[in-house]
Design a protein around this ligand. Sequence first.
Ligand SMILES: O=P(O)(O)OC[C@H]1O[C@H](OP(=O)(O)OP(=O)(O)O)[C@H](O)[C@@H]1O
Ligand SMILES: O=c1[nH]c(=O)c2nc[nH]c2[nH]1
Length: 190
Amino acid sequence: MEALHKKIREEGIVLSDQVLKVDAFLNHQIDPLLMQQIGDEFARRFADAGITKIVTIEASGIAPAVMAGLRLGVPVIFARKHQSLTLTENLLVASVYSFTKQTESTVAISPRHLNSSDTVLVIDDFLANGKASQALISIINQAGAKLAGLGIVIEKSFQGGRAELDAQGYRVESLARVQSLANGVVTFLE
Ligand SMILES: O=P(O)(O)OC[C@H]1O[C@H](OP(=O)(O)OP(=O)(O)O)[C@H](O)[C@@H]1O
Ligand SMILES: O=c1[nH]c(=O)c2nc[nH]c2[nH]1
């Protein structure tokens, strides 16, 4: 997606060979117009997939997920990382290791919102080692729902997440595929 590539080139900051900082437009300050275009692109790619729910994980997946949900006309569920007094029922849970925070946490979705009648699109802002995606897939499987595919805003293709999802046979649509962050330069795969 050219508008996203341009934004990453102009406003992304390479922090190391592994970490790209995009807090100017994606996961701290948000560019609403770009986010709308991102949602439209996910909706276009999954238009014929029979999606009934979008599933993401808090916090940074929520913005692109809501924009895609708006365009596809389906509800958006975000897996919660924190306990809440309002989550009272038996929850669908999975463990996830956070790439940026380097901590393990439990994420949860209520079975009241996700069940075997659903066809799900997973949306997230980043795909790195795939821990967040695998946790969401585990929850979707526990619910007995069907997974149509995953929509990723920025994939770091040199880390293991994409290859693992490909090997598992899932459809992955990434709007920017970063091949390398070496020498402080962002190189795209396609
Ligand atoms: O493929 P992975 O190795 O799982 O990395 C990708 C995940 O890492 C980030 O989440 P983070 O835990 O940093 O939380 P945030 O959404 O609050 O920024 C990002 O939002 C993805 O969910
Ligand atoms: O801002 C971010 N930059 C990254 O490189 C990354 N990888 C996973 N999650 C991430 N978030």
